[in-house]
Every structure is written in C-alpha cells, then in structure tokens.
Design a binder for this molecule. Structure first.
Ligand code: DC
Length: 225
C-alpha cells in the first residue's frame, strides 16, 4: 500500500488539497483531525473535563471508535453513532486540540490510523502523520501558511458555511492559541518530519497547491501503481 502523509497547522489548506489529490489518485483521504474532534465532541457532550488526563482516560476507555469510508468520504463512528455531522465547528476544533494532548487519546487513535494505511492507499492529513503515525510514508509533505492567511481562509470558509460567529481578529487569536498548544504538547507535537517536503501556501491558490502535490507524487512515481 502507498501512504502519503500531509501534516501542518490548522487552516493551512491541507484538507481541501489532500482531498483533491486523493480523488485524482483514487486513494482514500483520511482526515485524522476528525478522530480527535469525535472524541472531543463525545467527551464534552458527556460533561468530561477535557483538560484532565484521568477523567479523559476513563471516559474513552469503553468507547469504540471506527473510521468507515463510503461514497461521501470518511465517517467517524463512536459506539456506532455517526458523529461526523458535528465535527466541523470551531468549538469541535478547540475541543479536539484540548483532548489531543493526552497520551491515552493519542494511543487509542494511533492503531485506527495505522490500520487504515494498511488496508488502503491513503493520503493522511494530520499533525504527526510523518513523525509518529506513518514514519515510513512514501511521501511526506508539511503544509504551512502565515497565521494571517490561514485566519483569512477560515473566515471565508465559515462565512460560506454560514457559521461565522467571530471577527477576523478573534480567529487569528484562536489559531495562534491552537498552534501553540499543538506545537508545544509533550506527546507527538506538530513538527515537520526531517524527511518531509515543506510547502508554504501563503501565496498559492488551491490549484497551485494541488499541482505542487501532484508534482511531488510524480517525482516519486507514486501515481503509477
Ligand atoms: O486538523 P483538525 O483541525 O481537524 O485537527 C483538530 C485538532 O486535532 C488539532 O488542533 C490537533 C488535533 N490533531 C492532532 O493532534 N493530531 C492529528 N494527527 C490531527 C489532529
């Protein structure tokens, strides 16, 4: 199986570009953030304190988490409940970042991600795919963009989805806080793998990002399998 690891901070444009690349290559697109969002969602709904390791560990222990793929893409099932529709809000992102610092959460989700890469050709999007989840990935790309540009994109995305409830300045502050938490956590922090190619998309449009990814794929002949 072929694995392509795409890592980088929130809002750098990883997911849209990775999804388009997956469609072109007929690979499965795996959004690992959705797994953290699913646990954050279910735990916050149950009133668990997301910042404390012990209650989080106890709450997730009996949960079964499954990734399934259908024509609409990836779904996340927690105890067989499809929680996918609840995962794209800013609050779900914040909750995901909070639960993702705990070792018990990362351990629980690690094998699910690795299994997907054993079963399918994947483009896997996350924070620690190249460093921890799939260190043997055939291609690793670290996608970044400036904080201002990422906030601007997030603002437009929320506006389009009609879920905009923050000012641009508040979004910038949120992104900075999330970056800091993702980068400074003790376990599997957001970091470019030494053998990853860095792609700064600040001044690139979506088509250019997808093209740059396609070029990297072609250089390694990963499109000929
Ligand atoms: O990519 P995203 O915005 O859906 O991710 C939400 C949060 O989940 C992110 O702030 C940190 C965490 N996450 C992680 O720790 N490791 C991953 N591989 C993916 C996401």
């Amino acid at each position: 199986m072929i694995s392509i690891a795409i890592d980088g901070p929130s809002g750098a444009g990883k997911s849209t570009a990775a999804k388009m690349l997956a469609a072109r290559l007929h690979f499965h697109y795996v959004d690992t953030g959705a797994l953290y969002r699913a646990l954050g969602y279910v735990l916050s709904r149950a009133g668990v304190n997301l910042d404390e390791e012990a209650p989080v560990r106890a709450a997730i222990q009996p949960l079964t988490v499954r990734l399934v793929f259908n024509e609409q893409g990836q779904r996340v099932l927690v105890n067989e409940e499809d929680v996918t529709p609840f995962l794209r809000t800013a609050q779900a992102g914040e909750n995901a970042s909070r639960v993702s610092v705990h070792a018990s959460v990362r351990d629980k989700l690690l094998e699910i991600q690795r299994r997907a890469a054993r079963e399918y050709n994947v483009i896997m999007d996350g924070r620690d795919i190249g460093t921890q989840v799939l260190p043997q990935a055939d291609l690793k790309v670290f996608i970044t963009a400036s904080v201002q540009e990422r906030a601007r994109r997030r603002y437009h995305e929320l506006q389009e989805n009609q879920t905009l409830s923050q000012s641009l300045e508040e979004i910038i502050a949120d992104i900075q806080k999330r970056d800091e938490r993702d980068r400074s956590r003790a376990i599997a922090p957001l970091r470019k793998a030494d053998d990853a190619t860095k792609l700064d998309t600040t001044h690139m449009n979506l088509e250019q990002v997808v093209q740059a990814l396609c070029d990297l794929v072609a250089e390694r002949s990963l499109n000929r399998s």
